[in-house]
Design a protein around this ligand. Structure first.
Ligand SMILES: [Zn+2]
Ligand SMILES: [Zn+2]
Length: 282
């Protein structure tokens, strides 16, 4: 079991490793550039090498890159749809430069155009992206809380998506605990969690669950509101996280926090909480 945080690359990409290490991370997630922009920021070969060196020296793995918020593979607007595909392709190129393990993206939203239109766009986008050379990087689709017109809050939706791309081995799933809970899966409860993971296994294959986002949830079960909370202070709670971390199928999993940071040092605190709740670390 490994733990990490979403770390800022504002100063420099290589420095983000030091920040991750000082927060107590074994793994990390970054944005490819400005999280509110489309394209990854420029990265020289030297910077990439510096990052790879510091990363292997500190044994930070896996490294995930979270696509910017603008990316929407389900968009009915051509300009947004095409920019989303090119953003993922360019980020994939950056991921290969730094040997990032995962690219994480939300599946998308049809923004009111209709579910089928959004769904078909997502499949078309994935087929185009999967023509690229991925190296050792995998593309992970993240579950959503199901707000508005978003696609991908239910496991059955991922089954349909994975089926359409013939269960391509370069595609996996990232489960965000807050999003799952807000979507209506009471994963804080032992039995429901067990059922959720069994369903995930039978619909898309347990080996496709490659990353978890560990976030507590400010909103209520089934509220569809994506509001992250500090670990133990939300509706999933300490007992909920204890159950999640104790589940037998999650013992080799990596958990990345994306919890609010009103105070510097909150990441340290949240990571410590998770490590204390985890059964025992080998
Ligand atoms: Zn997340
Ligand atoms: Zn979220």
């Amino acid at each position: 079991m490994r733990f990490g945080a979403h770390v800022s690359i504002a100063k420099s990409l290589a420095d983000s490793i030091d920040r991750a290490v000082s927060s107590g991370c074994d793994a990390m997630q970054i944005f490819p550039g400005n999280p509110r922009g489309w394209q990854p920021s420029f990265l020289s070969q030297d910077e990439a090498e510096d990052f790879r060196e510091r990363r292997s020296k500190n044994d930070i793995r896996p490294v995930a890159i979270h696509l910017p918020y603008l990316v929407n593979l389900g968009s009915p607007i051509d300009r947004v749809f095409e920019a989303s595909i090119s953003s993922i392709k360019n980020t994939l190129a950056k991921a290969r430069l730094i040997d990032a393990d995962f690219l994480v993206t939300h599946t998308g939203s049809h923004t009111g155009a209709g579910y089928q239109i959004g769904f078909d766009r997502i499949i078309a986008a994935l087929n185009e992206i999967l023509e690229e050379d991925f190296g050792s990087t995998k593309l992970l689709l993240e579950n959503t809380a199901g707000a508005g017109h978003t696609i991908g809050s239910r496991l059955e939706e991922f089954e349909k998506i994975f089926k359409k791309v013939s269960f391509d081995k370069r595609l996996g799933l990232c489960v965000d605990t807050c999003h799952a809970y807000a979507a209506g899966y009471d994963i804080a409860d032992k039995e429901t969690l067990d059922h959720f993971l069994a369903e995930l296994g039978s619909l898309i294959g347990g080996e496709r669950l490659l990353l978890m986002h560990a976030n507590d949830c400010k909103s209520q079960l089934g509220s569809h509101l994506d509001r992250h909370e500090q670990i133990g202070e939300g509706s999933i709670g300490l007992d909920g996280f204890r159950n999640i971390l104790a589940h037998p199928t999650l013992q080799d999993m990596t958990f990345i926090i994306e919890t609010p940071r009103p105070v510097p040092g909150d990441d340290v605190k949240n990571l410590q909480t998770l490590k204390k709740l985890a059964p025992s670390r080998a």
